[in-house]
Design a protein around this ligand. Structure first.
Ligand code: G16
Length: 543
């Protein structure tokens, strides 16, 4: 069947950000918008014709419509076989696993991750390469260039495919295979973790709450936690994926995961609490009346990963994004393994994982993962925690405190100023950059600036250089402030300010993080003039 050629003209806003192209649904639903971007992917990915491609998303509003468009276009571009998660559902880590397991050429993941969904919410498209991970910058840059030149796209005209029934169908020559989105992923988790020990933990009365935020992890959590591990029914909250996430903001942080926070605070909370985000790649970890920062979580997981069968041989290295606290570096140093510092964006971990240089990776933005896939993985992090809790037999609070006593505590917080006027945010960052040479030696609130730079990363595997990845200001006492603009928002600019201070003194490790960092928070404002320039008297979100 010959493809239909559709004439089109470029959109000038199809530049992928930190993780794919994220836009409002109202932007994506314009005629040709999805098609232009997807054709640009197909045009850039030489050799994709005749291959297998994976397609799935987080079930948000417009997921199914976009999949039908992409299927027709895949057929029009000569792709031989497409694997689609039933109902159009595949969590991001599950999609990464399917790409790897079936040796697909790549995958198209439909998600705007932690951004809100619904008709007025956000949508996103991301291309992952054959290692299962997000396309590196040289590919996303090429896709962006192509979106500026595109004049036509190709499709096979065909009725919609029934996405809800397992099995095979065809569009022209192309085979569409609807697969179970959970089965392969659950089997992978069983190989990595000691399910018998975790089952015994639950049998012993261990109580847990998992908030799926009405997003994609619901079916995965029901199957793995309640069915395979025997956690009581009701352990999973908000476990049915809904196109608008039931009005939830699917970002697992102390502000948006209210049901989890409510369950984990007060008298007699469960022993362990967790949440994941829209597409299942982020995690939030709580103990009774205790929020564990993603940076601390990465450090504890690195120190204890050997307790899980999949990591019993030890770790090759630990990698963290630059704004993530340095707690994981201390663990790597003690284990005698390398610690890597990469720019924000999971794509930067791919080469280290492929080269066998790192086993565990993590980001302050609630992302943790390992070399089992090439995406961060929310449920994986929850299961590794459960495995550690089952083996150590101690409460999570004791494990966290014990970790600080052994390694020292990196007090850490991130302050987000959302929806700031873009010109104001750009000017703030430009001025910070311009001031970098004069900052060292300057005194602020009783300390002085030791070093200031704009983070540049040279990939140790392929030598590629990524510049302007965030302004770092380090002080004489070792504390640090990082400023950068988010690359995942869709409205105005989001200024992220990351602050951390190391506390080796055991007697001073049990303060509230905001209190412990209050001096540094004031300095961060002074250095950049955030409040006076943005007109905001406080951040929108504190994590
Ligand atoms: C994405 C990326 C992460 C990044 C996060 C925040 O996560 O995959 O690597 O840390 O965005 O990025 P930014 O600070 O630029 O907003 P997700 O979960 O949204 O895919």
């Amino acid at each position: 069947m010959a493809p239909v050629i559709v004439n089109t003209t470029p959109f000038n806003d199809q530049k992928p950000g930190t993780s794919g192209l994220r836009k409002k649904v109202t932007v994506y639903s314009q005629p040709h918008y999805v098609a232009n971007f997807v054709q640009s992917i197909f045009d850039v990915m030489d050799g994709i014709a005749g291959q297998t491609v994976v397609i799935g998303g987080d079930g948000r509003f417009y997921n199914a419509e976009a999949i039908q468009i992409i299927l027709r276009m895949a057929a029009g571009n000569g792709i031989a076989r497409v694997l689609v998660g039933r109902g159009g559902i595949l969590s991001t880590p599950a999609a990464s696993n399917v790409i790897r397991q079936y040796e697909a050429f790549g995958g198209i993941i439909l998600s705007a991750s932690h951004n809100p969904g619904g008709p007025d919410g956000d949508f996103g498209i991301k291309y992952n390469i054959g290692n299962g991970g997000p396309a590196p910058e040289k590919i996303t840059d090429a896709i962006h260039r192509r979106t500026g030149e595109i004049s036509e796209y190709r499709l096979i005209e065909a009725p919609d495919i029934d996405l809800d029934s397992l099995g095979k169908a065809r569009i022209g020559e192309m085979v569409v295979e609807i697969i179970d989105p959970v089965a392969d992923y659950a089997a992978l988790m069983e190989r990595l973790f000691d399910f018998n020990r975790i089952r015994a933990l639950f049998r012993g009365g261990f109580r847990m709450t998992f908030d799926a935020l009405s997003a994609v992890t619901g079916p995965y959590a029901h199957e793995i936690l309640e069915k395979r591990l025997g956690a009581p029914a009701g352990t999973v909250l908000n476990g049915t994926p809904l196109p608008d996430f039931g009005g939830h903001h699917p970002d697992p942080n102390p502000v948006h995961a209210h049901d989890l926070v409510a369950a984990m605070t007060g008298a007699n909370p469960p022993d362990f609490g967790a949440a994941s985000d829209g597409d299942g790649d982020r995690n939030m970890i709580m103990g009774p009346n205790l929020f564990i920062t993603p940076s601390d979580s990465l450090a504890v997981l690195a120190a204890n990963a050997h307790l899980a069968p999949g990591y019993a041989a030890g770790l090759k290295g630990v990698a963290r994004s630059m704004p993530t606290s340095r707690a994981a570096d201390r663990v790597a140093a003690k284990l005698g393994i390398p610690g890597f510092e990469t720019p924000t964006g999971w794509k930067f971990f791919g080469n280290l994982l492929d080269a066998g240089m790192a086993t565990l990776c993590g980001e302050e933005s609630a992302g943790t993962g390992s070399d089992h896939v090439r995406e961060k993985d929310g449920l994986w992090a929850v299961l590794l925690w459960l495995n550690i809790l089952a083996v150590r037999g101690e409460p999570i609070g004791a494990i966290m405190t014990g970790h600080w006593r052994e390694y020292g505590r990196d007090y850490y917080t991130r302050h987000d100023y959302e929806d700031v006027d873009t010109a104001t945010a750009d000017a703030l960052m430009a001025d910070l950059r311009a001031n970098l040479p004069t900052l060292p030696g300057m005194a602020f609130g009783g300390t002085t600036v030791d070093a200031a730079d704009d983070f540049e990363y040279r990939d140790p595997v392929d030598g590629s250089v990524s510049s302007r990845q965030g302004v770092r200001v380090t002080f004489a006492d070792g504390s640090r402030v990082v400023y950068r603009l988010s690359g995942t928002g869709t409205g105005g600019a989001t200024l992220r300010v990351y602050m951390e201070r190391y506390e080796p003194d055991q007697a001073r490790q049990d303060q509230d993080a905001q209190e412990a960092l209050s001096g540094l928070i004031a300095i961060a404002d002074q250095v950049a003039g955030i409040r006076s320039r943005s007109g905001r008297d406080k951040p929108s979100v504190i994590t």
